[in-house]
Design a protein around this ligand. Structure first.
Ligand code: FMN
Length: 492
């Protein structure tokens, strides 16, 4: 199912008109990103730029973005039919995130074709300035950062943003609530440097999986990528550490992050996924680059973040299904019974999550909230739980349930203050979102329990039910009667 490499994926898209090449000269400074934004806002194709100002003689001349910028293309990347909707896609990902196929190690691969150690200059890559207010040129947007647990050596791959601060340095935002950040805290505790490898450009499944908080107790994202691809991921060892990276990756940046705060550098602000600039500039840990390896004629990959009503970014097209699948698996794993669905709409990147349950006891919605938030599901600031007669993909149905199945006086809204939250949520005071000081942001989470409240009395008049019958259905006898006489009414 998987693609051999980024090139195979882009060629497949180009053949079907899902990718357009931009051959005209385009500047990396805002112009390129503005094109990506306009195309994204108009639900347009993936893009491959191959004439970027100042890049004719550098290591890398090409940049791709937005190749996953539609539901159809996400479905294709996952090996599903292009018509697959989010209902099926979420179920597919739920299943695959629970499977694993172990990777295999190769001696070498195309990504080793060019190896640069002493003369590393990251400005040799077409790194865009994405937004006018960004603190710099962001090299890590669609990049997977590989780290390893210091004790178990199990590898993690996560997407964390990073900015160029010099030819060889990248300050990164890797909060301690993320797996890469947790690994860093292990090294920090011992005063040791942490090895990292940044992978840019491979099978699109790599980006999807790396950007999803999949749970992988005792194994790594590489196993899950294997399950999604239906074949083992082929890895090669890094030049400067024991970390492993895909043999067919376009570009790999290897380096170390020092725990010494004196080495931290200013990073940010950056146009973030909520559609606002995320946080103020602050000092962050820095990847000190020791080596860069890349294929011949490598293709750089970036993504433009930022969602707002009617405007989705590339990530929203897959994080909606992926994050819903992760939440659903987590609830099943913890043992919350009868969870029949989970869904977060593309425009909110998991911040508002709907969960559907077939309720069998009082307090089950609160159990959903406790399980999700307690297990460290860092999304779901606003959690809505509904009964299984409410379609979570239908906004009207969810609105209706909130209107008529909630009663604040009976505990249907529960607040959970002081939890960790997004660093980029502008509704939270900026000083509460200091990554260095607190490790994360701060959210008061809220559960909206829009299931029928079992504390309501059973009503005699409704046949012993807590809720009256729906009055919007026509009783069968009368319906038969009016249908038999329908023509007489002369309505149609
Ligand atoms: C385009 C994009 C950019 C992201 N940037 C960041 C980031 O800068 N920092 C962060 O903590 N998470 C970021 N995320 C979310 C993480 O990639 C996601 O939570 C992932 O699960 C992290 O990997 P981990 O669960 O292995 O820690 C980003 C996601 C996407 C799609």
């Amino acid at each position: 199912m998987g693609r051999e490499d980024l090139r195979e994926w882009l060629s497949a898209l180009e053949e079907t008109g899902e990718l357009k090449r931009v051959r005209t000269e385009v500047h990396w400074d805002l112009e390129l990103a503005a094109i990506v934004r306009k195309v994204g806002n108009e639900n347009g194709p993936g893009l491959l730029f191959d004439n970027i100002t100042g890049c004719r003689t550098t290591h890398c001349r090409k940049l791709t973005a937005n190749s996953l910028g539609s539901r159809k293309r996400v479905a294709l990347a996952l090996g599903l039919s292009p018509e697959t909707g989010y209902f099926e896609m979420t179920r597919f990902l739920k299943k695959k995130f629970g499977e694993k196929i172990a990777p295999v190690a190769l001696r070498t691969g195309p990504v080793k074709r060019n190896v640069i150690r002493d003369d590393v200059d990251l400005f040799q890559f077409p790194v865009p300035k994405w937004h006018a207010e960004d603190g710099g040129r962001y090299i890590l947007t669609a990049a997977g950062i590989v780290t390893a647990d210091r004790e178990t050596k199990v590898m993690n791959v996560g997407v964390y943003r990073g900015m160029l601060s010099s030819q060889k340095t990248i300050p990164v935002l890797m909060p301690a609530t993320q797996h890469g950040g947790r690994h860093f805290s292990q090294y920090q505790a011992r005063g040791e440097e942490m090895p990292v490898a940044v992978v840019i450009g491979w099978d699109p499944i790599f980006f999807i999986t790396a950007a999803t908080p999949v749970r992988h107790p005792g194994y790594s994202e590489y196993e899950i990528m294997g399950a999604l691809r239906g074949s083992p991921v082929e890895l090669v060892k890094c030049e400067t550490s024991d970390l492993m990276v895909p043999a067919n990756a376009e570009i790999v940046i290897e380096g170390k992050i020092s725990p010494d705060p004196a080495t931290f550098e200013m990073e940010g602000p950056f146009g973030e996924y909520p559609g606002y600039f995320g946080g103020a500039a602050s000092r962050k840990p820095v990847i000190r680059v020791e080596c860069v390896t890349f294929r011949d004629d490598p293709i750089f990959m970036g993504t433009l973040e930022g969602q707002s009503p009617g405007k989705l970014d590339e990530g929203s097209h897959f994080t909606c299904a992926a994050m819903s699948a992760v939440a659903w698996n987590l609830l099943d794993d913890i043992g919350v019974p009868n969870v029949t669905g989970a869904w977060c709409k593309p425009v909110v990147a998991g911040t508002n999550l709907r969960v559907q349950i077939k309720k069998i006891y009082r307090g089950q919605a609160k159990q959903v909230a406790n399980a999700l938030w307690g297990a460290g599901y860092y999304l779901a600031k606003n959690l809505i739980v509904v009964d299984d007669d409410i379609d979570i993909y239908d906004d009207d149905a969810v609105e209706w349930a909130i209107a008529w199945r909630t009663n604040a006086a009976m505990g249907d809204f529960a607040f959970f203050p002081g939890t960790f939250g997004s660093l980029y949520d502008p509704s939270v005071p900026l000083k509460e979102r200091d990554a260095l000081k607190y490790g994360q942001g701060k959210w008061t989470r809220i559960l909206t329990d829009a299931t029928i409240n079992w504390d309501l009395e059973l009503e005699e008049q409704f046949g012993g039910k807590r809720y009256p019958p729906l009055s919007t259905a026509i009783d069968p006898d009368t319906e038969q009667k009016i249908l038999a006489r329908w023509k007489e009414y002369e309505i149609d």
